[in-house]
Design a protein around this ligand. Structure first.
Ligand SMILES: [Zn+2]
Length: 87
């Protein structure tokens, strides 16, 4: 995994993120990369201007049907539960 400085604001929850970590690819995020917000668990695309954009309904259907996304969402849910219990 590789972490990259990438200041973005989640378009769903509004939380500012400072960096991105690649989960399955050894490459820096680029326009079109699918990004997970670690605060709210939403998946958004990195736009050409390196902001985040919410997927279209059609894109969201594809995201929701992706087995890798489902695996990542389950892992994120467990991490979030541990974080919530620690606070
Ligand atoms: Zn978010």
């Amino acid at each position: 995994m590789e972490t990259t400085d990438l200041p973005v604001i989640c378009p769903v929850c509004g939380v500012a993120q400072e960096a991105a970590t690649s989960l399955s690819e050894l490459q820096r995020p680029k326009p079109g990369s699918l990004m997970l917000c670690f605060d709210c668990g939403s998946f958004n695309f990195l736009a050409d201007d390196y902001s985040l954009r919410i997927p279209t309904p059609e894109e969201q259907q594809g995201i929701d049907a992706d087995p890798e996304v489902r695996r990542i969402k389950r892992a994120w849910g467990k991490i979030k539960a541990m974080r919530d219990n620690a606070n």
